[in-house]
Design a protein around this ligand. Structure first.
Ligand code: HEM
Length: 482
């Protein structure tokens, strides 16, 4: 076929394939009332357009455009699967409480994090969920305060003090990683933690990669990193198991001991290998999201001097009630009410998690439409955060919205999700963020180096330059500790 004659042929094919696909789907699901919308071009569907929107941070508008065209339930095709987009408070309630919609497993996630809360189902998932939620419940977080306080001070002394400029995003990632590492398995500072930090960065990048396991692909590097992480954690878990068997271990604050004690009581039946897999998820889920909150909170404060001033006043007041070098306590953190409202407003305006992908494990009906078994749901949960129907003047940064949280309509503010899979780490995230802000605002003032710096979703919000800021020291470090 000559070049000239192949062009009309390709055009014809481009026209015919969606029509054929439409006919096949119509036939297969003739008895179903499928949501409105088009599945687009085979395999690709709307994937490229969504990825482009995430990258340019226009995903909110992307979803709104579809909602205006088709309503709050519409079908499309994403990452090779027929998908239904669900948005709005009613959809949030529906998805969070629906046991027949499970997190979509990808080949990459399965390979990288093994048998964990993200991939288990049925009774095993219930057991793991209850154990993890128990490990992160507020009474447990009170016990982790001391380590959080130590890690924040160490981090600031090492990375902020004496610097004229710092780049916030990588520092916030490292701080959140150090905190969770020291809490979860008591891994102190040193070469093991350094190696783990590097391997986690590589593994997390591979979670959304194309699962092609040939040398030097993102996925291959992620797999190798995940193997090294497993080896280190397995050894730590075995050491803890040994200590427990010999009666040496008195505390169950570290995740391994906590899980091994629960197993000995018959609460779950996970192997050491499974416990390691879940520790990996806990670590990754914890530091990825909290670091986004800390980063954007720092950015918001640079843009809002009045709010910065009020937070400083609140933190100074708390510091005045403490002795020199006295670590923060749970009571101190409970008094940081205004600072937390500012953090909530940060989560509203820049939610670390835009949405999630779930898979229907049986036919489901929503608002009169069918979601067939095996289809994906793209749940754009945070779209309600910026909807003027629920938040007056939604673009305005206004922490007073959280003065009376009962006025916020149900399922409209959901940064931590909801229902049985609601983020168990919310108290942990709140505490570490407030501890970090206490020491930062007491010691420094800051300005953005680049006022126009935007951010993209990668898939979590990431400032394009990493958020460089100019620092001015307020209180000399020797006085800032308490
Ligand atoms: C600002 C910080 C955080 C945000 C915004 C956040 C947000 C979320 C969201 C939206 C979900 C999914 C809920 C759903 O779709 O049903 C989730 C799940 C989860 N998060 Fe967080 N998270 C944060 C911090 C943390 C921390 C610090 C930890 C651990 C220490 C953690 C551990 C988890 C785990 C294990 C799950 C899976 C829960 C399950 O499937 O039952 N998160 N988080």
């Amino acid at each position: 076929m000559s070049m000239d004659s192949s062009i009309p042929f390709a055009l014809l094919l481009a026209l015919l394939i969606p029509i054929l696909l439409h006919i096949v789907i119509r036939r297969k699901y003739s008895s179903y009332n499928l949501p409105p919308g088009s599945l687009g071009f085979p395999v690709i569907g709307q994937t490229i357009s969504l990825l482009r929107a995430l990258h340019s941070n226009t995903d909110y508008q992307w979803c709104q455009d579809r909602i205006e065209k088709y309503g709050v339930v519409s079908k499309m095709s994403l990452f090779g699967s027929p998908t239904v987009l669900l948005a709005g408070p009613a959809a949030n309630h529906f998805v969070f409480s629906n046991q027949d919609l499970i997190f979509t497993e990808t080949k990459a996630i399965n390979a990288l994090v093994g048998r964990s809360i993200l991939t288990l189902s049925g009774e095993e998932l219930k057991q793991v969920r209850s154990a993890l939620h128990g490990y992160l419940r507020p009474e447990m977080v009170t016990k982790y305060m001391r380590k959080m306080d130590e890690e924040v001070r160490r981090h600031i002394d090492l990375n902020w003090v004496g610097h004229k400029t710092v780049t916030v995003a990588p520092l916030a990632r490292r701080l959140a990683f150090d905190i969770i590492c020291s809490v979860i398995f008591g891994q102190g500072v040193g070469p093991i933690r350094e190696a783990l930090a590097a391997d986690f960065e590589t593994m997390v990048k591979a979670m959304l990669s194309i699962p092609v396991n040939i040398p030097f692909t993102k996925f291959n590097k992620g797999l190798n990193a995940s193997r090294r992480i497993r080896k280190v954690l397995r050894q730590i878990a075995r050491d803890m198991e040994g200590a427990l068997q010999q009666g040496y271990s008195s505390s169950a604050d570290d995740f391994f001991t906590y899980m091994l004690v629960l197993r000995s009581k018959g609460t779950h039946s996970l192997t050491v290998e499974d416990i390691v897999d879940n520790a990996i998820v806990l670590l990754a889920a914890g530091y990825e999201t909290s670091s986004v909150l800390i980063t954007f909170l720092i950015r918001c404060l640079a843009n809002e001097p009045d709010i910065f001033g009020k937070i400083t006043d609140e933190q100074e007041e708390i510091a005045r009630s403490k002795g020199p070098n006295e670590p923060l306590t749970w009571d101190d953190v409970s008094r940081m009410k205004y600072t937390w409202k500012v953090a909530l407003e940060t989560l509203r305006t820049i939610s670390p998690i835009f949405g999630s992908f779930r898979t229907a494990i049986k036919d489901i009906e929503y608002r009169g439409y069918h979601i067939p078994k095996g289809w994906q749901v793209f749940h754009a949960q945070s779209i309600t955060h910026l909807d003027g129907k629920f938040f007056n003047d939604p673009i305005k940064f206004d922490p007073t919205r959280f003065d009376n949280q009962s006025l916020i309509p149900p399922y409209c503010f959901v940064p931590f999700g909801g229902g049985p899979s609601m983020c168990p780490g919310n108290e942990f995230a709140r505490t570490e963020t407030l501890v970090a802000m206490h020491y930062l605002v007491r010691q420094f003032r800051w300005k953005l180096c680049c006022k126009e710096e935007g951010y993209r979703k990668d898939p979590l919000p990431t400032p394009v330059l990493g958020l460089p800021i100019e620092l001015e020291t307020r209180t000399p470090p020797e006085y800032a500790h308490a």
